[in-house]
Design a protein around this ligand. Structure first.
Ligand code: FES
Ligand code: FES
Length: 158
């Protein structure tokens, strides 16, 4: 019996990937095979966080993850629709706080925060959110606006 092709569920949509190479990174599958360019490539070595996505709700560096490892699992990217209330809320907080400069790092920051909020059952503290961003780098060096976005995600924030 032939095995079915690997299947990724990305933002709720199933994608069958016949012929997926064993060594293809999830980052490349998302960007080049599925055309989802929102997930960014920075270092490709796990050091910048630009490629962060959620796999079954958990923050994951897609540059260090083989696409085949997530066969049958659920991947959430920055392109998640408005039905993903957590991602939508974080995107809005970044917009309201003016926390996008060149914007290259932003998808990674958003997804790292989404992972923490999911992990904490929908509400995370300021300290937890800032901790979640420990692996995300912004080369525009504008962390103050990113922290203002985080403040908008904390209960009782602006
Ligand atoms: S591109 Fe994945 S951590 Fe930098
Ligand atoms: S906004 Fe430019 S790298 Fe972060």
């Amino acid at each position: 019996m032939t095995r079915p092709p690997p299947r990724l569920i990305v933002n709720g949509r199933p994608f069958d990937l016949p012929g997926l190479p064993d060594d293809e990174r999830l980052l490349d599958t998302l960007r080049w095979r599925l055309g989802m360019k929102g997930t960014k490539e920075g270092c490709r070595t796990g050091g910048c966080g630009a490629c962060t996505v959620l796999v079954d709700g958990e923050s994951t560096l897609s540059c260090l993850t083989l696409a085949k490892e997530v066969d049958g699992r659920s991947v959430t990217t920055i392109e998640a629709g408005p039905e993903d209330a957590v991602v939508a809320r974080i995107r809005s907080a970044f917009a309201a706080a003016g926390a996008l400069q060149c914007g290259y790092c932003t998808p990674g920051f958003v997804m790292s925060l989404a992972g923490m909020i999911r992990e904490r059952g929908g509400v995370a503290s300021r300290a937890e959110l800032l901790e979640a961003l420990g692996g995300n780098l912004c080369r525009c060096t504008g962390y103050a606006s990113i922290v203002r976005a985080v403040d908008r995600l904390v209960p009782g924030g602006p």
